[in-house]
Design a protein around this ligand. Structure first.
Ligand SMILES: [Zn+2]
Length: 61
C-alpha cells in the first residue's frame, strides 16, 4: 500500500487547518523598574531587572 491519502483534502478543510499557522504579533510590556518596553517574561535588557530583582549589571557610560 502506498503512503498516499485516500481522499483529497478539500480547500475548506485545508484552510481551517492553516488557521493555526499564523504568527502571533510580537508583544511588549513595560518594565516595572525602568518603564522601558521589553519582552514579557524576560530580563529587561535596559536595566537588567526581572520581577524587581537585578539579574545583571548595566554599565551606562
Ligand atoms: Zn528595565
Amino acid at each position: 500500500m502506498g503512503a498516499l491519502p485516500k481522499r483529497r483534502i478539500s480547500s475548506g478543510r485545508r484552510d481551517r487547518r492553516r488557521t493555526h499557522d499564523k504568527l502571533s504579533p510580537i508583544k511588549l510590556v513595560e518594565c516595572d523598574t525602568c518603564a522601558e518596553l521589553k519582552l514579557p517574561h524576560r530580563v529587561c535588557p535596559n536595566c537588567g531587572h526581572y520581577r524587581g530583582r537585578q539579574i545583571f549589571d548595566v554599565d551606562e557610560i
